[in-house]
Ligand binder design. Structure first.
Ligand code: HEM
Length: 456
């Protein structure tokens, strides 16, 4: 629509520079979400000098941006540019390249296909967690964030590359991705800084991308040469590309694999890291979770068929993703002039959709800041019916909705059930965690755990 069409307009709430900047520098994730909740879900314009994004948190507006009017809100602009340097033009892109990747990848992440990878994933997760026995025996502390990242990385690498990658190579690959995810933080927070200006993290970021390529390209080449009909994503992706395009462009396959890896690992690992702090603060939830795992899994090993029976664990995860959605912000750029909730928005504007803010809106959630898995009890189905469809969207919504939901709800329970059936993790540095932005929201503080063996 044209902004000059004479329709009734609402002025956005504007957060002026002198108030917005100090808040965002101090505690960006919490403050950004507060800006949304203080406005009761109205569109807020945040004045950061050269950069003046609109913050969107009302579920109706979320629906408009991500679903009904999604072609006018694209993944371009300052926020996506830093990511583009690692993911290229792929499933995390936009336009034709994205559509072609989405069509090819979607069948590889259905509930059924994901389940077929479950046995392999359960094995590698169990193997990684057994390696923690040494910590449990000696009482050495475990860095929760680091361990969750390591375990999730191994699991995702297994899904992508199956037996094609050695444990040694996947252990080299994992930290490079971790570096990408953390070193991009400055660029995401201050996206208006031009690339000609070097900022903290740039050098580490580019070095990590180079190392990722050195490991990933030979694996793709190998998979292309020896098509064994195996299920892992790299082979299935190459087969699908050849079927669709007549050939598998190595660069395209690399971009999709790296994008999936990036989307899958950091988000899952960071959610699992928050969990230990949440369980520490909620001993009742912790006790009930342990009880369920004991009943369903016993002494283990945890197998994929256990997951569907771990109902309370699923509720805990749903609530975890409400309060700590690792995809905390979903940035878009407008193509044409438009309006959201009556607020006129010019073409080329940056729009920030924030699950972190929407999930905390008092207008849509009772006791929004309270961690309460009971909200998700299946017997309280009427809660879900009453809820606005777009008041909860940890996996995004619309055509770009996350491809990895089934994978997450298989992988995360496998990790948690494996850990809790072997150990009692005790948080040794309890402190309210401060969320900081990276590619996912992550805790600023370390989560240091002592693992007490469950059985002697
Ligand atoms: C806690 C775990 C996860 C969270 C919170 C999460 C969140 C999200 C969100 C918010 C989006 C939407 C992005 C946008 O609209 O621009 C998204 C997209 C995506 N996610 Fe996830 N994700 C998670 C796990 C995974 C996993 C395990 C995979 C593995 C396959 C994955 C793969 C993807 C892909 C490929 C997209 C892009 C889809 C598209 O644009 O068509 N995610 N995710």
């Amino acid at each position: 629509m044209s902004l000059d069409a004479g329709t009734a307009v609402t002025m956005p709430r504007v957060l002026p520079f002198h108030r917005a900047l100090p808040r965002l520098v101090r505690d960006p994730v919490t403050e950004l979400s507060k800006m949304g909740t203080e406005a009761g879900g109205q569109v807020v314009r945040i004045d950061l000098g050269p950069f003046r994004p609109y913050l969107v948190s009302h579920p109706d507006h979320v629906q408009q941006v991500l679903k009904t009017d999604w072609t006018n809100f694209v993944r371009e602009g300052m926020f996506w540019r830093p990511l583009r340097r690692v993911v290229g033009h792929s499933i995390l892109g936009e336009g034709e390249g994205w559509a072609s990747s989405r069509k090819i990848l979607q069948p590889l992440f259905t509930a059924r296909y994901t389940a077929s990878l479950g046995e392999d994933m359960a094995d590698i997760i169990a193997e990684c967690i057994q390696e923690l026995d040494d910590y449990a025996r000696t009482g050495r502390l475990v860095d929760g964030g680091y361990q969750m990242t390591t375990i999730v990385n191994q699991a995702v690498i297994k899904v992508l590359f199956g037996g094609r990658i050695t444990r040694e190579a996947s252990e080299r690959l994992a930290p490079e991705f971790a570096t990408c995810a953390t070193s991009i933080g400055f660029r995401l927070l201050f996206p208006f800084v031009p690339y000609s200006v070097k900022v903290p993290g740039d050098r580490a970021f580019l070095a990590a991308v180079k190392k990722i390529d050195e490991i990933v390209y030979p694996l793709i080449e190998q998979a292309r040469q020896e098509d064994t009909g195996s299920k892992e994503v790299v082979s299935a992706l190459i087969r699908a590309r050849i079927e669709q395009d007549g050939e598998a462009d190595l660069r395209q396959v690399r971009d999709d694999l790296v994008s999936i890896y990036g989307a899958a690992s950091e988000t899952t690992a960071m959610s699992l890291t928050w969990l230990w702090s949440v369980l520490h603060e909620h001993p009742d939830v912790n006790a009930r979770l342990r009880e369920e795992i004991d009943e369903v899994v016993g002494e283990g090993p945890v197998r994929p068929e256990h997951v569907a029976k771990l109902r309370y664990l699923r509720m805990v995860l749903q609530e975890l993703l409400r309060l700590y959605p690792s995809g905390w912000i979903i940035p878009r750029q407008t193509v044409a002039d438009t309006e959201i909730g009556g607020v006129p928005i010019r073409a080329g504007s940056q729009v920030l959709v924030s699950p972190y803010a929407t999930h905390r809106l008092g207008e849509f959630w009772e006791r929004p800041l309270e961690f309460d898995p009971e909200r998700w009890a299946p017997e309280k189905a009427e809660n879900a019916e009453r809820r606005h469809r777009y008041s909860y969207f940890p996996f995004g919504a619309g055509p770009h909705v996350c491809l990895g939901q089934h994978l997450f709800y298989l992988e995360a329970p496998l990790v948690i059930a494996n850990l809790l059936s072997r150990y009692r993790p005790v948080l040794t540095n309890p402190k309210r965690l401060t969320p900081v932005p990276g590619a996912s929201v992550r805790p600023k503080e370390k989560v240091m755990l002592r693992l007490e063996p469950v059985r002697g």
